[in-house]
Design a protein. Structure first.
Length: 257
């Protein structure tokens, strides 16, 4: 079987998988999944991400500090992260970025400092970044333009215009379950215009399960539902969308298919 599913963003270290993680992960390669990038969100989550990548050939790790975890970091967080980035199965720095959704979460200045520090680390190491942008489009774009990293804006929620700007910077657009949601408008506009060589498929598992599984626990085997929706909009079969995403992710993260 031709395994077409490259999940460019998942969190299998999440507690939602505590009851059956080993069983589920062991089953993925038989269900059409060729590779998964497991994204870290904290120092602890990044270490867990690396542990999964050590255990499973098809899992690769990203290590980084998510904006919601940017508050109260230990003084030596950059050294700790830096050490993790040297691990042979770490293929990206992420997920990192800005999240202005919750007013009382991590203060914006701290989020920005931690994001910038990680953008610099990625540049120094020539590592791609996995960017989280929630209700912070203007500030995220300004920093991407300043540092011009390689990488992807995952779970892309910006406008088609912003998608064009991200692509013009040479970056990729990650699309997942949100394209299937009933109220989806922007993700569909973006899905219609993203160049085939700039699209990544993703889940954000355990979150963002596509319709008809919306609200349930998500895993990489559900990617064909969002690929089918993107394919509908573009007039190509889901398999074609999966092939685009697989090729692009392999190139961005330096993974041999
Ligand atoms: Ni995520």
């Amino acid at each position: 079987m031709d395994s077409l599913i490259f999940d460019s963003h998942a969190h299998y270290d999440d507690e939602a998988f505590d009851s059956d993680r080993e069983e589920l992960l062991a089953s993925l390669p038989q269900k059409g999944v060729c590779h998964v990038i497991n994204a870290g969100a904290s120092l602890k989550g990044s270490a867990a991400s690396i542990a999964l990548a050590e255990k499973y050939d098809f899992i690769h790790a990203a290590a980084g500090i998510h904006p919601e975890d940017a508050f109260g970091l230990p003084e030596d967080w950059q050294e700790q992260l830096s050490q993790m980035l040297s691990h042979p199965k770490v293929v990206a720095l992420g997920e990192i970025g800005l999240d202005y959704h919750y007013e009382d979460a991590c203060p914006r200045e701290i989020q920005q400092q931690v994001f910038e520090a990680q953008l610099r680390m990625a540049k120094e190491r020539d590592l791609p970044v996995i960017v989280h942008d929630r209700e912070a489009h203007g500030d995220v774009m300004a920093l991407l333009e300043k540092y011009r990293p390689r990488g992807v804006v995952h779970c892309f929620s910006g406008s088609a215009e912003m998608a064009r700007e991200v692509v013009a910077l040479g970056m990729y657009i990650g699309l997942g379950g949100a394209v299937t949601f009933k109220n989806a408008r922007r993700p569909l506009e973006v899905a219609a215009i993203v160049p085939p060589d700039r699209l990544l498929n993703e889940t954000d598992a355990p979150y963002m399960a596509p319709v008809p599984y919306r609200g349930k626990r998500c895993d990489s085997t559900l990617i064909p539902y969002s690929a089918a929706k993107i394919g509908d909009i573009r007039g190509v079969p889901a398999a074609e969308v999966l092939r685009w995403g697989r090729q692009n992710a392999a190139e961005l993260f330096g993974i041999t298919l």
